[in-house]
Design a protein around this ligand. Structure first.
Ligand SMILES: Cc1ncc(COP(=O)(O)O)c(C=O)c1O
Length: 379
């Protein structure tokens, strides 16, 4: 008998409470009962996005909301700044390109966070820039970008927005959208919200809604204005993934019951324990200076093939971890700790890592990682 465990940074493991909700018969999305659920979801999303404004929910993967955050905010001739420190930063650039938006890429070395001064330099010299696109966590490298500092800079420009991909940030660490002055935050269901893939979210500041008013790029399904109008009536514009909405209500209830501060603290602890465990095994962190509490990207010494290790995780233990993407392929593995994870989950995955490293001939003191994790978790 072998169990299966998801330690990938999306999709993530789901709690039984949420799985059970999805087993209920599908209801019709124009019934009063569904409107009640929708209304509760609206409040729960405001709580976790930390905004007074509505949070739009779309039936799509996270990239749908990213696309909407380009097509609804910008107009022909607008320029953007795109922070490209990994695969998801590159995606902002690809979306801009698809909509004919010219952008200044800021290419950040993979594993490093962006330096906000770089953004300021461009903002000072090109007054046609209307938006800065970044990630809260760049999931392909495990880096956390300094979005608070970037927001401070962007705030000085009345005609520029900061747009944050919080797909691996919302529900992981504190992103007080209104307090920090973030203009747009997008997210997805299959990460810290402990849901299957299939829902995306977009929250907009009052400043961003003004951009929506004047935007002339083509849009249809991801039409923020239309969706807002319907959201306020507890409706979605098109047939929503009803079962995921029902599950989302459960997830938001669970998060509110634990309390967002406790949720952030839990992620911080799990992240810290994983990082210390990995270091105790003589391995390096890929995002050494600026690791996110969403996931830990681990670098391997010569002789340990990351792709092989990832495959062995599954073969030996039924554990799915993520490998490196593109230029990081074979060089790293990424262990997630966002969403439905607790202390012993991390002890287990570190224990599996030790057994596999031993099998692959890496020299280290067996048990050192587990001990470091346990000590961190008992502090
Ligand atoms: C930071 C980040 N942005 C965007 C995405 C893309 O989301 P999706 O695959 O749900 O479209 C992901 C998914 O892993 C992500 O981690």
């Amino acid at each position: 008998m072998e169990k299966k465990y998801l330690f990938s940074p999306g999709p993530t493991m789901l709690p039984p409470e949420i799985l059970l909700r999805m087993a209920e018969p599908v209801m019709h999305h124009r019934e009063p009962e569904f409107e009640k659920i929708f209304s509760e979801i609206r409040e729960g999303l405001k709580y976790i996005f930390q905004t007074k404004n509505e949070v739009l929910t779309f039936t799509s993967s996270g990239t749908g909301a990213m696309e909407g955050a380009v097509s609804n905010l910008l107009s022909n001739g607008d320029r953007a700044i795109v922070i490209r420190g990994g695969k998801f930063g590159e995606r902002w650039g690809e979306i801009c390109k698809a909509y004919g938006i010219e952008f200044h890429p800021i290419d950040v070395e993979w594993g490093k966070a962006v330096k906000p001064e770089k953004i300021h330099e461009i903002l000072r010299s090109d007054r046609s820039v209307r938006a800065v696109y970044t990630q809260a966590t760049e999931t392909s490298t495990g880096v956390r970008h300094p979005i608070r500092e970037i927001a401070e800079l962007v705030k000085q420009y009345e005609d520029v927005l900061i747009v944050v991909d919080g797909i691996t940030g919302i529900g992981v660490f504190d992103i007080p959208m209104d307090t920090w002055g973030l203009d747009v935050v997008v997210s997805g269901s299959q990460k810290a919200l402990m849901l299957p893939p299939g829902l995306s979210f977009a929250a907009l500041s009052d400043k961003a809604w003004k951009f929506v008013e004047r935007s002339n790029l083509p849009k249809y399904y991801f039409d923020f204005k239309k969706e807002l109008k319907n959201t306020k009536k507890n409706q979605s514009s098109y047939t929503p993934a009803v079962s995921l909405f029902v599950a989302l209500r459960e997830s938001l209830r669970m998060i509110q019951k634990e309390g967002k501060e406790a949720v952030f603290r839990r992620h911080q602890r799990l992240g810290e324990a994983t990082r210390r465990a990995v270091s105790a095994l003589g391995l390096e962190l890929y995002a050494e200076d600026c690791p996110s509490d969403a996931l830990t990207a681990v670098k391997f010494p010569q002789g340990v093939d990351g792709e092989r290790l990832k495959a062995l995780f599954f073969e030996r233990f039924g554990i799915t971890v993520a490998g490196g993407q593109e230029r990081a392929k074979g060089k790293i593995i990424r262990i997630a700790h966002l969403g439905y994870y607790d202390r012993l989950d991390m002890v287990m995955v570190i224990s599996a890592l030790e057994m596999l490293l031993r099998e692959m001939g890496h020299k280290f003191e067996m048990g050192a990682g587990v001990r470091a994790a346990e000590e961190a978790l008992m502090e």
